[in-house]
Design a protein around this ligand. Structure first.
Ligand SMILES: [Zn+2]
Length: 558
């Protein structure tokens, strides 16, 4: 009995002080490592899940297996990680390599065989026999998928749980020289509720920071009465690298005792969407600045902050002195400190100016608002906080007033189409009104209604896409001899709903064309050996998401 308790204690301590192997994995590249992205870095609607390693602005650098293992997953997509490899290692961790240009010959042959078999460029494969050894070249670095320039996305996961882990924990920090402190570009103080004022304001107030002789910063004075909280906009720099990357840890203290903390060690993919509540979303939407909040108004399931037993707020009362301190760390232990002097002052002047909407929405309930021609459904926890919303319909346009609340669970917008013909209904979608433009939302039709799950407030109305995609700009002249070319390519584009499928046929047989949405190019590699000597007929068929079809036919001599 005692023994089993002891074992349990040992197990528990291992869980709490998880130690990752520091010398097991090597760098995936053989160049000096400079990062254009760190783990947990704040991105649109997600926290970054790995390291983005700069590849000197070029593609085609050899990418090495970080350790022995088995390739358990290969994904080829025009979006996301583009061409990506997942290697499971015998120690229980998986490394991921994204935005690759090309796999090594062995993997490339396997993938191509599957692509021809499935007649699809985009494939997701789960091989079980592709073993790799440490330092084996597995691919060439690239810029495929949703990549804004050549780089390698390098990620670590727990193989069993698929939770993502900070690569620095596996010793990757040793590859990077960083003697520079994080930079706090801005600090804000927030009144927590209507009965609080800060510096005579009921709105968030920006504080100035002054560098002290000891290297720390002193914020401008805060006078307040009631509950207040802080948020900061910060980034990290490293030696010889101009990129503004994400910071690692922030801790705040009230009168010397810890008040609030977050740290980018590990999280699950489905937590990533909570970034919109982790930051001041209102400020982000208005000013594109990402302020990380050092308080929680409502509890929410983000493990990075849910370990906090305190909510991070300070309650400013008369005759009490407060010292508030924030420490911002990068992974290398460089630290920036801010001290904020706070004193009590009753504010008698400022009055509450809050624009109230026509509906009060509580997070614990779901709501269905139905109008003459439109409706919107808010599930439980659609928002993070109870809020007033202005919802109305005018001339068939549903308007959910954009007060920049962060949305947790998607809202379903439904628009009536009973006045439309069957043919018109087939081409209809839920459009987001953006000035004179309509943005497509992935939509479904049911009983004279078109609906879409949306994750933003705004105006919605029925849109139509009757226009076929465009196939243009072939890299060869019809009827010409193309023996000197190494690829066949065309450009494709769809203005409204977007490209859905693309298929190419050479002399009646399906051929692989790789799609890159950034360059709008469809490319066939002539080394696939599908062309015949003499005359070849090519046909390319492209559809958009509302089934409008474009067909391109041509021929050439080889
Ligand atoms: Zn990345």
């Amino acid at each position: 009995m005692k023994k089993s308790i002891a074992i349990l204690l040992v197990l528990a301590s291992q869980i709490i002080f998880a130690q990752y192997p520091k010398d097991y994995f090597r760098s995936p590249l053989d160049i000096p490592i400079n990062l254009s992205g760190t783990f947990g870095e704040l991105r649109p609607n997600h926290f970054h899940s790995g390291l983005d390693i700069r590849t000197n602005n070029v593609e085609g650098l050899p990418v090495y297996a970080s350790a022995d293992g088995t390739i358990i997953r290969i994904k080829v997509s025009a979006f996301g990680y583009g061409k990506a490899l997942y290697i499971a290692h015998p120690n229980g961790y998986t490394t991921v390599y994204g935005h690759l240009q090309k796999f090594n010959d062995k993997i490339e042959a396997y993938v191509k065989e599957q692509q021809y078999k499935q007649k699809s460029f985009e494939v997701e494969l789960y091989p079980s026999t592709l073993k790799v050894t440490q330092s084996e070249i597995i691919a060439l670095s690239g810029n495929s998928g949703g990549s804004g320039g050549p780089h390698l996305h390098f990620e670590f996961r727990d193989t069993a749980t698929e939770k993502i882990i900070n690569p620095m924990a596996f010793g990757m920090n040793k590859l990077i020289k960083d003697e520079m402190k994080p930079v706090i570009s801005s600090l804000m103080v927030y009144p927590a509720n209507d009965s609080t004022s800060v510096n005579k304001s009921k709105n968030p107030v920006s504080l100035s920071l002054q560098k002290q002789v000891d290297g720390s910063f002193l914020a401008s004075k805060v006078v307040a009465s009631g509950k207040i909280g802080f948020a900061l906009n910060s980034y990290d720099l490293s030696t010889n690298n101009y990129n503004k990357n994400g910071i690692y840890r922030v801790v705040s203290y009230v009168n010397g005792s810890p008040s609030f903390k977050f740290e980018f060690d590990t999280f699950a993919f489905d937590e990533s969407k909570h970034i919109n509540y982790f930051i001041d979303f209102n400020r982000y939407k208005k000013l594109k600045q990402r302020f990380q909040k050092l308080f929680i108004k409502e509890r929410y399931p983000l493990s990075l902050v849910s370990g906090n037993t305190k909510d991070g707020f300070l309650d400013i009362k008369p005759n009490v002195t407060y010292t508030y301190k924030i420490e911002v760390f990068d992974y290398h232990g460089n630290k920036t400190i801010v001290n904020v002097p706070i004193s009590y002052e009753k504010d008698t002047n400022s009055t509450v100016v809050t624009s109230k909407g026509n509906y009060y929405v509580k997070t614990k309930s779901d709501y269905n608002f139905e109008f003459e021609k439109t409706a919107i459904y808010l599930p439980v926890n659609a928002l993070y906080e109870n809020a007033y919303l202005n919802i109305s319909e005018k001339e068939g346009v549903l308007d959910i007033e954009n007060n920049f609340e962060a949305i947790q669970n998607g809202l379903t917008v439904s628009l009536d189409m009973s006045h439309l013909s069957e043919e018109e209904q087939k081409k209809a979608f839920v459009g987001t009104v953006l000035g004179l433009k309509l943005d497509y939302n992935s939509s479904f039709r049911k009983a004279n209604k078109v609906s879409a799950k949306v994750k933003a407030f705004g105006k919605y109305k029925v849109g139509f896409d009757n226009v076929a995609p465009r196939i243009y700009n072939p890299n060869f002249i019809e009827g010409s001899n193309i023996s000197k070319l190494s690829t066949l390519s065309v450009s494709i584009n769809d203005a409204l709903s977007g490209i859905d499928t693309y298929n190419a046929y050479l002399n009646g047989e399906w051929i692989l064309m790789e799609y890159d949405y950034k360059t709008k190019k469809l490319v066939h590699n002539l080394k696939d050996g599908k062309v015949v000597s003499g005359k070849n007929d090519i046909k390319i068929v492209v559809t958009d998401k509302l089934d409008n079809t474009a067909t391109f036919t041509s021929n050439f001599i080889y």
